[in-house]
Design a protein around this ligand. Sequence first.
Ligand SMILES: O=P(O)(O)OC[C@H]1O[C@H](O)[C@H](O)[C@@H](O)[C@@H]1O
Ligand SMILES: [Fe+2]
Length: 189
Amino acid sequence: MEYKNPLGVDIDLETGVIPGAKKLVRRLSDLKGYFVDEKAYEELLKENPVVYEVYAIEQEEKDGDLNFATTVLYPGKVGREFFFTKGHYHSKADRAEIYYGIKGRGGMLLQTPEGKAEWIEMKPGTVVYVPPYWAHRTVNTGDEPFIFLAVYPADAGHDYGSIAEKGFSKLVVEENGEVKLVDNPKWKE
Ligand SMILES: O=P(O)(O)OC[C@H]1O[C@H](O)[C@H](O)[C@@H](O)[C@@H]1O
Ligand SMILES: [Fe+2]
């Protein structure tokens, strides 16, 4: 039997950086079609800001093993919509996931394939359990980077397809200085 070596790493709780992790950067241009206000999107695209960064320690895609990653989701809005991660189902749809809030304010938007949505607020210390089959997207509703850790099965995979196409059934927007969930006009079952 070949055993893997255990690993301990210290997350920088101020920046979210995991030393030795693979870094992924998503700019606004990587999120084409994701925000409802296309005019506001095109306008902000001139600056093409970084929307989020992911620092991931990933294993081979085998069942039983675990990946983990931090995400640094920057503050900002496209029109009334707060910056968010793309959001995905798992390719192996029955795989669950755990998120843990480290810094900043935000929340997670989850939904079933039928479009039943749930919103869970997140702050430092919040643990969110993502059950099997639920799509999940994180949203920064604050004015500083929203940083969190996620732990997920190594064989879960990312299925972006249907979210990329029609999004979530709800949008997370700012209305009169408050965070509101409203119906997504682009959502069709
Ligand atoms: O993949 P996205 O929906 O863009 O979310 C960004 C990332 O968020 C977390 O870090 C998850 O653990 C990653 O699996 C995911 O890739
Ligand atoms: Fe996931």
